[in-house]
Design a protein around this ligand. Structure first.
Ligand code: GLY
Length: 373
């Protein structure tokens, strides 16, 4: 029986990581109470280092900073904005931020608060992981994609000019605060792009959730708060479970979160970063992965059809006419998930179940790309 999305407008998901465990609060209208909640989790907080995406500085980072500096447990707040977009996830920006934290008198007791999407969370998280060998860190994600994926699980880092996410650290936040009201200012295309990662959880881990998404896609697209809270909750529960089982991606379990992503990274790189949003590339990548699974006899057309229909209902692309195996394959070979020159993929066997498949024929991968044009 699928729990009803109606109910109290606040949920907490626990990420079970021993002494690095933390809570993800999912609610609506939390920003004004963020300071109080942060104090509850970090009672000795006296210096907050707020790093925000320029696009959400007003109103969200502003409100959070105001709460932190004027609340009953006032503290010193250092605040800095970073331009939106992937180019900010660079060594140069990382270095500037570290120097700024030093100038602001940051020390081991300071706490980094990231306010933004995946770029800001990864960048600010890496600053937190590195400054004086690691300080505490709070994620306040402002995009759907960051809420259901990048803000949870402790992956932090920056890009190298030729390779995404190549430098970084696992550094878990002390708290993740998710307020669905923040999504009201998120541009439509970015919002829809986040839904691709939500659909991903249904395919990789939870057939009932997939069915719930099929029934509720309209409410989600309309950004209905209760439906969004429920979808974010189930997504975070899945991610928390997987991260709890394989924090550092050593057993292969965490790699299931990369369903569709090997294709997606190659699509993003060859289309030119910025042409497709990450979630859009993931949507097409999942289609390629499902086609590859059918080609290998691992699953059937019904799975692909249901996935296509749900992604289409979420107004996501399911094909990429410019997909070119000749340019995509070399990128895929550089992917971190390539083991000793062999392509490896997370492929669905049925809804809610995926397998790690290695040692694949290049020809099958080429066919999956060609079939998705
Ligand atoms: N986004 C995949 C992971 O966090 O492992």
């Amino acid at each position: 029986m699928i729990p009803s999305p109606q109910g109290p407008p606040s949920t907490t998901v626990h990420v079970p990581l021993g002494d690095r465990s933390y809570e993800i609060d999912i609610t609506s209208g939390l920003v004004e109470h963020a300071a109080a909640r942060i104090h509850e989790v970090i009672p000795d907080l006296s210096h907050a280092i707020v790093i925000a995406d320029l696009a959400v500085d007003e109103p969200w980072a502003n409100q959070i900073c105001e709460g932190l500096s004027t609340g009953s447990q006032k503290m010193r707040v250092s605040r800095r904005t970073v331009p939106s977009g992937e180019p900010s996830k660079s060594i140069a920006e990382f270095e500037q931020l570290l120097n700024w934290v030093l100038e602001e008198g940051g020390d081991r007791r300071s706490v980094v608060v990231a306010v933004g999407g995946g770029v800001i969370g990864d960048l600010a998280g890496y600053v937190a992981a590195s400054f004086t060998r690691g300080i505490r860190f709070i994620q306040i994600p402002t995009t759907l994609l960051a809420m259901v994926d990048s803000s949870v699980g402790g992956k932090t880092g920056v890009n190298l000019p030729g390779a995404k996410n190549m430098v970084g650290a696992f550094w878990q936040p002390n708290l993740v605060l998710i307020d669905t009201e923040v999504l009201s200012t998120l541009p439509e295309r970015s919002f829809l792009s986040g839904l691709a990662e939500v659909v991903k959880y249904g395919v990789i881990d939870d057939a009932e959730f997939f069915a719930w998404l099929e029934t509720n896609s309209k409410a989600l697209i309309a950004r209905d708060s209760a439906s969004l809270r429920y979808a974010i909750q189930v997504s975070c529960q899945c991610k928390a479970r997987v991260v709890g089982e394989d924090e550092r991606e050593t057993t292969g379990r965490r790699a299931i979160l990369n369903y569709g992503h090997t294709f997606a990274h190659a699509i993003e790189a060859t289309a030119g970063y910025g042409k497709l949003l990450h979630g859009e590339a993931v949507s097409i990548g999942m289609q390629m992965a499902a086609r590859l699974a059918i080609d290998l006899g691992l699953t059937n057309e019904t799975l692909l059809q249901r996935q296509t229909d749900l992604l289409t209902a979420c107004q996501l692309p399911t094909r990429f006419p410019e997909a070119d195996p000749a340019t995509m394959l070399p990128v895929m070979m550089r992917d971190k998930k390539v083991a000793h020159g062999k392509l490896r993929f997370i492929l669905p066997t049925r809804l809610g179940k995926v397998e790690f498949v290695g040692d694949l024929e290049e020809a099958a991968v080429v066919r999956a790309i060609q079939a998705s044009r």
